[in-house]
Design a protein around this ligand. Structure first.
Ligand SMILES: Cc1ncc(COP(=O)(O)O)c(C=O)c1O
Length: 409
């Protein structure tokens, strides 16, 4: 039998896609491209065709593919120590947590791996905080969430999703969640009461199509949760770490939540790294044995995560996202009425509503792929653009020209 690595090298894209179809669960519908190599904002497929990556792993690749500083940090750590589990201390974790505290202005970190794990962890911690600090009656704690949210795929999380595709067939679901419309402070105010442990929202709803709330909404959530003695949990797993032109999307309203959820880009596109970062009063409720993860806080993750924080400390990526975000926004505005019926953008992140008469989001994504640009559709006729923050103005302009060409074809 041929070794799997040799097989991968000799099989064509079409053969690999057919093999995946048989050997993998069909829980994704990827574009028909098989990526084999990548550098910066560019990827190439098995046959050597090059594409500009305008999705960046849903913001997991904010610093581009294989950023030299991140690769070096990973290599260095691979040669020292990769895993201890939290049964022992490791010499990388304290510095990573200190860096997160410095970056966010919060006190403590609970390190996890995936975004969904961070969300689950925050729900657990918020409930415990509600019972022990706020004084909510046992098993009565509620968490208020927004309609059209996307926080991950676990059973608890899809239980409070409003997306029927994500939920259907996976019940029964955990109780204790209330769903209110996004960007609606009166509805939120009506849903919050003495049982409310937390309000959990995305500062910008990515999966929903890069939906940006009105100015004042995040500050309003902050004010309301403070008055109600409930925690404000901001899921910045996709919006955070430079994407919107600031380190955190909540900074656009000068708001500091009680709990921040980070993931995706925190792992530098190399390893899964997520974190619940919070005030001491909140994470302080956890004691030994009450939560954990074998891989959470492992030294490789901490080393790469610390190198990510070093990059963010320079401010360069936030600045690039803000400046090039204007190019992106202007480029999309110029396409209004020429195939684009609406768009929303902040920093290097945009949801673009395509005229359904021209094609579905999927069809436009496939046509862009043929032009050498990789994006992904979200709902219906919306495509999402989120290039690495390392993209140049020329590359961004080129990608926008490809979009214009596809829309006018
Ligand atoms: C806002 C938000 N929260 C949570 C998640 C889940 O992250 P993961 O896929 O790493 O579990 C995502 C993923 O897209 C996300 O966008």
């Amino acid at each position: 039998m041929t070794a799997p690595t040799a097989q991968a090298a000799t099989r064509s894209s079409a053969e690999l896609i057919r093999a995946e179809d048989t050997a993998l669960a069909h829980n994704y519908h990827p574009l028909p491209v098989v990526v084999a190599r990548a550098e910066g904002v560019w990827v190439s497929d098995v046959e050597g065709r090059r594409y500009l990556d305008m999705l960046a792993g849903y913001s997991a690749l904010n610093f581009g593919h294989r950023h030299p500083a991140l690769i070096e940090a990973a290599h260095r750590q691979l040669d020292q120590l990769t895993l201890t589990s939290r049964a022992f201390h490791n010499d990388r974790l304290a510095g990573f947590a200190e860096g997160l505290a410095e970056l966010t202005g919060l006190d403590m970190t609970l390190p996890m791996n995936t975004g969904a794990e961070a969300v689950e962890s925050a729900v657990k911690v918020a409930r415990k905080w509600a019972y022990e600090v706020k004084g909510v009656a046992r098993d009565r704690a509620t968490v208020v969430v927004a309609a059209d949210n996307f926080h991950g795929r676990t059973t608890t999380i899809v239980g409070f999703s409003t997306d029927e595709v994500a939920r259907e067939g996976f019940g029964p679901f955990a109780p204790g969640f209330r769903v209110v419309p996004y960007n609606d402070l009166p509805a939120l105010e009506a849903a919050v009461d003495e049982t409310t442990a937390a309000v959990l929202i995305e500062p910008i709803q990515g999966e929903a199509g890069v939906v940006i709330p009105d100015d004042g909404y995040l500050a309003g959530v902050r004010d309301l949760t403070r008055r109600a003695n409930a925690l404000f949990i901001a899921d910045e797993i996709q919006s955070g770490l430079g994407r919107t032109g600031a380190t955190l999307a909540v900074e656009h309203e000068r708001v500091l939540p009680d709990v921040l959820l980070l993931g995706k880009a925190l792992g530098g596109g190399i390893v899964p790294v997520s974190a619940v970062v919070a005030r001491r009063e909140v994470l302080g409720v956890l004691g030994p044995g009450q939560h954990g993860s074998t891989f959470g806080g492992n030294p490789l993750a901490a080393a790469v995560g610390s190198a990510v924080l070093d990059l963010l400390r320079t401010g360069e990526y936030q600045r690039r996202a803000a400046e090039l975000g204007e190019v992106l926004d202007a480029g999309l505005a110029a396409l209004a009425g020429r195939g684009v019926v609406g768009h929303r953008s902040r920093g290097l992140w945009a949801g673009v509503d395509i005229d359904p008469a021209i094609g579905t989001g999927r069809e436009i994504s496939e046509r862009l792929m043929a032009e050498g640009v990789l994006v992904k559709d979200t709902h219906g006729s919306t495509i999402r653009l989120a290039p690495p923050l390392t993209i140049t103005r020329e590359e961004l302009t080129w990608a926008l020209a490809r979009l214009a060409a596809v829309l006018s074809a």
